[in-house]
Design a protein around this ligand. Structure first.
Ligand code: SF4
Ligand code: SF4
Length: 511
């Protein structure tokens, strides 16, 4: 492959394509399915050929091939093994020597940082307190997000038969499972993917998050299931946008790229996206790294209360940050500034596009951040003043259960939702070419997602995880997710250092 007529690339291909010629019927499906133009038909030879250098390993061709003729696998070609200079490091250096640019990537951090969920085990009832069978007994996953009162006052009827809460309640949002779809903006993902998330959240009774790309007018009917973001670019923010939503979220940071802003290139700002974001068609949508009106906790408080004022104090206001050093102190400030929900996005959070060095090296794991924040807010007596939503690398229902026991109110999931839609984590979201129709604005690719069908896949995922959460709760003899929240006695660490157990606030297994 030649790069801009200057260099012949020195890079090795990432993937190798094996085509079983005895099975290939030359239907050219693979050619049509690949947005990276890997496959082509050689008329002279009457056979399909491939350019492996272009292959990103998304597996679309292998899945769609009607005769299972294709195998796409990591390319075995390698440099001399070297513990310091891995294949990835050499490839990155060569790419930079050829392009002179920042390495960009998509999806989440793929480096082998410790995943604490895999070193935490759950409890189960034995002998003294019986477990509960969720198929026979009611099991409550309903969760309320928002600020809670310090105390409640009640009024009894004269015959003491009825009871009424007389305390005025803060606005809370009810969700039927403690799982919420992460922020994914229209622009970063296709309209079809965005609509699928909205439909699934609405059907299951949970929330999706608009990210910073606004909410298209015709999708505002899903507003009561939407967390709408107000980010540094203020894209798409107007009174109607704020008032149709269930929650308004101020985005300060994102786990995949703490400390830096975002950039949607002009070629992706099509007419519908420009209308939704309220910017001219074809112009770059630049999100500055900071919110230019927030340089202190007092500034944050002013924006929180401006948004509360704009929504008549009827909606919880969330503030989202990336998990970084001193996250507990920052979270405490956010709660004191008036945030009703604090959202913390960890080191493994996904993204549509981020500099690779930032994604892979900045931030801290969400498990440690969550434990530290929950503990700090408890120690300061302000834990009930805000719900905690955590994001960044949740892979299965057991991760969710462990997060709730560590102190989370609910969990944001991004990558599992994308995978449910078809994503294979090829990490090429930033190219705008997504063969699965998710991270693209190319109408030919985007129409591969049918929102009706994709929403069903997402609902199935939520249903499956919710069943599993009930099973795990039942095993612990707990019949409501509320009783698990912050119940770290249900957790034990395996293979962790003392300092890690201390930050997590859990005992080691066997204790
Ligand atoms: S999709 Fe499969 S059968 Fe069709 S041309 Fe490609 S490799 Fe051959
Ligand atoms: S969303 Fe698409 S481009 Fe991004 S990782 Fe998944 S399959 Fe690849």
């Amino acid at each position: 492959m030649m790069l801009e007529g200057e260099f012949h690339t020195h890079m090795l291909p990432e993937f190798m394509i094996e085509r079983r010629q005895d099975r290939c019927i030359r239907c050219r499906v693979c050619e049509r399915q690949c947005g990276f133009n890997v496959h082509w038909y050689d008329e002279e030879m009457d056979m399909m050929r491939e350019d492996e250098m272009k292959c990103v390993g998304c597996q679309r061709c292998a899945v769609m091939c009607p005769t299972n003729a294709l195998v796409v696998k990591p390319h075995p070609g390698n440099y001399k093994p070297n513990a310091n200079w891995t294949r990835e490091r050499l490839q990155d250096l060569k790419k930079q020597a050829e392009t002179g640019g920042v390495l960009l990537t998509g999806s989440g951090n793929d480096k082998p940082y410790r995943i604490y969920w895999d070193h935490i085990v759950l409890n189960a009832s034995q002998v003294t307190n019986p477990s509960i069978d969720p198929l026979r007994e009611p099991m409550e996953l309903r969760t309320f997000l928002g600020r809670k009162q310090d105390r409640l006052e009640f009024k009894y009827s004269e015959d003491f038969e009825d009871i009424e809460i007389t305390t005025e309640l803060y606005p809370n949002v009810q969700i039927e499972t403690p799982i919420v779809f992460s922020a994914m903006s229209y622009g970063a993902i296709s309209y079809q993917a965005f609509k699928s998330l909205a439909m699934a959240a609405s059907e299951f009774g949970t929330l999706f998050n608009t990210g910073e790309g606004g909410l298209p007018k015709e999708l505002r009917k899903y507003g009561k299931n939407a967390i709408v973001q107000c980010a540094s670019g203020r894209f798409g923010v107007d009174p109607e946008y704020l008032n149709v939503a269930a929650v308004v979220e101020i985005k300060i940071g994102q786990g995949a790229k703490p400390g830096i802003g975002g950039h949607l290139p002009g070629e992706k700002v099509t007419l519908p996206i420009s209308v939704t974001r309220m910017i001219p068609e074809g112009t770059d949508a630049l999100s500055p790294a900071p919110q230019h009106d927030i340089y202190s906790i007092e500034d944050l408080s002013m924006l929180i209360y401006a948004l509360k004022e704009a929504t008549n104090y009827e909606k919880p206001v969330s503030v989202k940050i990336a998990a970084v050093h001193n996250v507990a102190a920052i979270a405490s400030g956010m709660v004191r500034a008036g945030a009703d929900i604090i959202a913390i996005d960890g080191l493994r959070g996904g993204t549509g596009a981020a500099p690779k060095m930032i994604r892979d090296n900045v931030g801290i794991p969400v498990e440690l951040a969550l434990a530290a924040v929950d503990q700090r807010l408890r120690d300061e007596g302000i834990r009930n003043k805000a719900s905690i939503l955590v994001a960044g690398g949740f892979r299965c229902s057991a991760d969710v259960v462990k997060a709730i026991a560590l102190g989370a109110d609910a969990v944001y999931i991004g990558t599992p939702a994308l995978v449910a839609m078809g994503c294979t984590l090829c990490q090429k979201c930033h190219t705008g070419i997504c063969n699965w129709g998710i991270c693209t604005q190319d109408p030919y690719l985007a129409k591969r997602l049918n929102p009706e069908i994709t929403a069903k896949r997402l609902v199935n995922l939520l249903r499956a995880w919710s069943h599993e959460i009930k099973e795990m709760l039942g095993g612990m003899g707990i019949n409501a997710i509320e009783s698990l929240r912050g119940n770290r006695e249900q957790l034990r660490g395996v293979g962790l250092e003392d300092w890690e157990l201390e930050v997590l606030g859990i005992k080691g297994a066997g204790e």
